[in-house]
Design a protein around this ligand. Structure first.
Ligand code: AMP
Ligand code: ZN
Ligand code: FE
Ligand code: FE
Length: 300
């Protein structure tokens, strides 16, 4: 009996493992949504958000796998936006995917991304890089949101670079002659649209400066005034000082702090649940997110 008591106490004390930012092959992750949830289950994750770039197609498959494995799945999106020309990634939890303004916004970003990727591939091919747009589409998930990582993968397949990182460092970074920008909605419009769709907007990696310019605190505050509800504080691209700053802004402005892995399968070194979100923050998100239901299931 004492064994049972000890066991019970330790079960009660175990904190839920919650990772609210991951990618499947519906965008630039390397695993199917089901495999992504399997990886989460194996890593002891209780709650995982599937947040593919600008697309919601992975939600159902991830949710079904979550039901089988006892993992809760939070339907999400990582929306590509911009503020004054600076790229902003906005996580949107539990939005209604059928909300017409949101659906239109997502479709427009994806279409513009595809056009832009075609131009980047053309520029590379003109300089004799062995890349072909149709080959890239054929190797991507059906209807996947295409991005530079897909071009990186093509260059890796062709043996030009050993991995995505090397391809980004040489030809795919933002100051490369092959780089082409794409249209993205203004951050304020995106925040309002996500809220109108019943979703919870949280700015992803607000201070991740290694891959380009980041927005000012003034922009973050404006987005908060427009209805943004949280900041991703714990993320591998944030320094300790960035995290302290993010936590401070959350305290000051009443925003929800989150932490997540930004897992991309083998596409990035990020390990699932390497950073996590507190149950309190998840509760705050679920209390506001009314656009769609959580999927999957928790183990009895
Ligand atoms: P895009 O949205 O098409 O401009 O491409 C940006 C995407 O590439 C983001 O999802 C980043 O996570 C990813 N990315 C940026 N730099 C790298 C890198 N060095 N290695 C792998 N992925 C990267
Ligand atoms: Zn990505
Ligand atoms: Fe991002
Ligand atoms: Fe991401």
């Amino acid at each position: 009996m004492p064994m049972c008591v000890t066991y019970g106490a330790s079960m009660a004390a175990r904190q839920q493992v919650i990772d609210l930012h991951t990618h499947s092959c519906c965008s630039d992750g390397t695993q199917s949504p089901a495999d992504l949830v399997r990886t989460a289950a194996q890593a002891g994750v209780d709650v995982v958000a599937v947040t593919d770039h600008d697309v919601t197609t992975g939600w159902d498959e991830a949710g079904k796998q979550g039901e089988e494995l006892g993992v809760r799945v939070v339907p999400g999106i990582e929306l590509s936006c911009q503020a004054g020309g600076i790229s902003v990634h906005l996580l949107a939890y539990l939005p209604d995917p059928q909300h017409s303004d949101l659906a239109t916004m997502l479709q427009r970003v994806r279409q513009q991304r595809n056009t832009r990727l075609r131009t980047m591939v053309q520029r590379l091919a003109e300089d004799d890089y062995p890349v072909d747009y149709d080959e890239i589409v054929a190797h991507s998930g059906a209807g996947a949101t295409l991005g530079r990582p897909h071009v990186a993968d093509a260059l890796v397949r062709a043996g030009v670079y050993p991995d995505r990182d090397a391809a980004f460092a040489e030809v795919l970074h933002g100051r490369s002659r092959y780089y082409v920008r794409h249209w993205a909605p203004d951050g304020l419009d995106a925040v309002r649209t996500v809220r109108a769709a019943g979703g919870v907007p949280v700015m992803a990696h607000p201070f991740a400066s290694a891959r380009g310019r980041t927005v000012s605190e003034g922009v973050i505050q404006e987005m908060a005034h427009a209805g943004m509800l949280g900041l991703e504080v714990d993320h591998r691209d944030h320094t300790d000082a960035d995290r302290a700053r993010g936590a401070g802004l959350c305290d000051r402005w009443g925003l929800i702090p989150t932490g997540s892995s930004d897992y991309h399968g083998t596409g990035k070194p990020n390990r699932i649940a390497e950073h996590t979100t507190s149950p309190e923050s998840l509760e705050r998100i679920v209390a506001v997110g009314t656009g769609t239901q959580m999927r999957g299931a928790s183990l009895p």
